[in-house]
Write a protein that binds this ligand. Sequence first.
Ligand SMILES: Nc1nc2c(c(=O)[nH]1)N[C@@H](CNc1ccc(C(=O)N[C@@H](CCC(=O)O)C(=O)O)cc1)CN2
Ligand SMILES: CC(C)(CO)C(=O)C(=O)O
Ligand SMILES: [Mg+2]
Length: 258
Amino acid sequence: MVIKIRQLIEWKQQKRPIVVLTAWDYPIAQILDQAGVDLILVGDSLARVALGYKNELPLTLDEMIHHAKAVCRGVKQALVLVDLPFLTYQESPQQAIHSAGRILKETGAQAVKLEGGYPAMVETVSRLVQAGIPVMGHVGLTPQSVYQIGLKQQGKTKEEAERILGEAIALEQAGAFAMLLEHIPADLAAQITQKLSIPTIGIGAGPDCDGQVLVTADILGMGEKSPPFAKAYANLSAIITQAAQDFATEVREKKFPR
Ligand SMILES: Nc1nc2c(c(=O)[nH]1)N[C@@H](CNc1ccc(C(=O)N[C@@H](CCC(=O)O)C(=O)O)cc1)CN2
Ligand SMILES: CC(C)(CO)C(=O)C(=O)O
Ligand SMILES: [Mg+2]
């Protein structure tokens, strides 16, 4: 990991966009790292895209650590950051320090991300940062609250937009080093980006964030139900299907091996 956290603030000041993608295993991490991605997020979206769960909630800390270790083995340059899974940090600051501590000690990742900017979570972020653990905040659509808020865009009303802006400011004051903004109106994301001195990383948050993230399964055309804001830059599921069918045909026609 050659890219350091202090670098991110310089990139914001220089208006150099920050490139973030998710990874969940060694080969994908290695390819993304060598492609020059700045930050690699071991997102809890791996629950869906790698493990077949219907949402992020079932993912355990042990499962996350298992994947994060594989990712870190493949990365030389990028900064690796890991999502704290659902209910591995919401109980108390102690629980958050314990979980984040396991991630940093057991995987080699440099930072964690957690969801929410309500007062108790701001306190948790402050405690993590005081303990020496770098934290990225995540506001707007927080997928771990799917049973309360669904997966629709957040921050459409003036009150909601003000609450999200306030959460982002409070998390920055608590010591977060960057802020993920998910599925909020572009003008709200632009306003938050302008107000914060730490970088914002957007997903479904318009073009004016300091960086952009997408889930790698979505950019590869492997996402089963990709969000409306995702973009597929390849169609890997078609390529894999073709390769599997070509192999099957050659085996059945006794053309492979030869
Ligand atoms: N692979 C994949 N998985 C993910 C994410 C991703 O980026 N890609 N991101 C997180 C989930 N976020 C969303 C955000 C929006 C939607 C989505 O689809 N929204 C519809 C509404 C869907 C609904 O209401 O049910 C809309 O129009 O806004 C789905 C997952 C975690 N899992
Ligand atoms: C990329 C992002 C922000 C999408 O919610 C994420 O947190 C994940 O992949 O788990
Ligand atoms: Mg996540």
